[in-house]
Design a protein around this ligand. Sequence first.
Ligand SMILES: Nc1ncnc2c1ncn2[C@@H]1O[C@H](COP(=O)(O)OP(=O)(O)OP(=O)(O)O)[C@@H](O)[C@H]1O
Length: 724
Amino acid sequence: MAVDIPTFASTQISLLAAELQAEVDETSMLVSLHSPSALQRAGVALTNLAVLSQRTGLGGKTVVELGPDGAFSSSGDLPEHGIRSGDIVLLAEQPAASGKKREVKELERKGVKGVVTRVGRQALGVAVGEDGEGEVVGGDRRVWIVKLADEVTWKRMNGTMEKMAKMAEGEYSYFMRVLFGLTTPSPVPEDLSKDEEVGEGKIKWFDTSLNESQKDAIRFALKSQEIALIHGPPGTGKTHTLIELILQLLALNPNSRILVCGPSNISVDNIVERLSPHKIPLIRLGHPARLLPSVLNHSLDVLTRTSEAGAIVKDVRAEMDAKQASIRKTRSGKERKAIYADLKELRKEYRQREKKCVSDLVAKSKVVLATLHGSGGYQLRDEKFDVVIIDEASQALEAQCWVALLSAKKAICAGDHLQLPPTIKSLNSSSSSKTSSKTSSTSGEKKTAKTKKDTAASSTPPTIPKGATLETTLFDRLLSLHGPKIKRMLTTQYRMHESIMRFPSDELYEGKLIAAEGVKARLLNQLPDVRDVDETREPLIFIDTQGGDFPEKTEDEEEEEEKKKKGVTKRSLYGDSKRNEGEAMLVREHVRCLVEDGGVRAEDVAVVSPYNAQLALLAPLKEQYPGIELGSVDGFQGREKEAVIVTLVRSNSDGEVGFLAEKRRLNVAMTRPKRSLTVIGDSETVKKGSKFLKKWMEFLEENADLRYPDLASLTAAAAAAAKA
Ligand SMILES: Nc1ncnc2c1ncn2[C@@H]1O[C@H](COP(=O)(O)OP(=O)(O)OP(=O)(O)O)[C@@H](O)[C@H]1O
């Protein structure tokens, strides 16, 4: 069905506003209710830090280097935390852990906002903005950082939507009209199996190892006029295909200009790394400190420094650095003030010179790479592209995609709509209950009733049309708009053992996946130094906890008891997250078998669960087996491991499965391993959750190495192990 562009844009504006509000409210609620150390455990803060140094970084910003305060870390390492580079944070003096209520506004007044530029084991960098702000956090005071809502990204999306809402019909490009169903895509021949069909001559493949489905997708994408979707199920080489596609686009038309985007820095860097050996003029936009070191040589910032045009820019930067350094030595307030004033002037000059240099460099590049929101920066303001390529498009908000797409004549989107969509925090009242059960928060879980109420109370909710949700991605919308004729699917997967692939292939990908020769029979026991034991010999193990001996627990129930004892009234940070102590015991035992008996490296093992409370319960495994990874399903999307243990947690007499019912979440969980998938769960409970879950349990019963654990002997073994 055609979509009215102004209506689409205004709906997006409302949805985005609600999303930003939910994010802001979530931070406020967490900060006001919990101590700094509890916030750190929840992954939204990093405490007990000292300022190690300050220097002038990118775009003339001050980068504050932070490390653990000596009094709190004997090793010099930062504690476990959830801060990632690119996060927007507040850097402030750390408040006392007292029960006094804190307000974000008050913290914001006392601290400075910045972007995390680099996260290391022992230190992290935060780029702060305005003149003199570094001063606020200087000295020997103990500081902390708290994650804030990302308003910059939000502003870019909002700006794009406002632009679209205001466009007159005559301004819509043919491309836009196709993407909103106001017209149909130009037809592409059904059969593109011959290389001659594309362009003038026969395609000469740069990568001769491409499989047929990859070649087919490339031919299709080259031939399409407005839109092509490349559907890449897990491990099928989406990025691999995009690299060849970019090279072919340039081979076909050496004058074309291509913009390549993804929702995250890592998705973009991944392409830069693989594209750079091909020696085409490319440039990577974005905050250099957020980029992979291997990508830096293509970063605009580095090029502005190393290129000829950059020489003048460099002089100003050196002067700024010298000034910055002199601040620390100055005692007099008056002198400092004068230095800040100078710095302000220098920054202005720096920006002007940089701008000129940047536009020269961008104009020279055939391929420009940036995150979707990064493509909305001043560097690309008036640039037009022949083709915009979006990787991981099914993980991006549609509004985010349009930041890049407004400059396009044609788009090629790669993704997999059968894995998880982007994380949404707002639960607008018009979303169906089905939608809200899919919705996940930072902690990867459904919001508690309390949070929802808080969100509603603190803001006037914008009006949102019924059924509209940010979860509908561009990929989803285009597929339902134009159908499969605008899509090609990659079918050979290079990750999983055939037995691991079977179920997701049959149930979600029409049985079309093929395991590549090299991976289809790979087992753990073929890895160097791995011994042949039961746990390393089987690609698929199901430890079935049915029978009621391994019940789930809700965090709140336990906290409720604790609270009563202590007379505390705080809510749990994990909301109503579930955990399952019995399953946790089974996980520990299985890890022990893999690592100690089987000789599998801890780095090759991951434990994945949809429930954060379960992961919190298992956290000590990280000390016992350094290198092992514990992660939420949502957080593990895009990753792979030799061995993956999935703990499903849910076990109750009502057959309640919560957000296990989301197929896409399970799909992600079961497609992470290469050689070994172990599922731990209560088949009786899980079967009641949905048709899909029932089929999965039956599949495991028939095809996996089945185990029925005995709680008594497990408890005895655990006690013995603890003693030892
Ligand atoms: N034609 C091919 N021949 C051999 N190996 C391939 C081929 N295509 C992809 N691969 C390999 O498959 C793996 C996955 O490829 P890539 O990283 O491009 O996949 P992706 O689809 O982007 O990943 P994900 O499934 O995580 O989204 C890589 O190790 C890649 O080298």
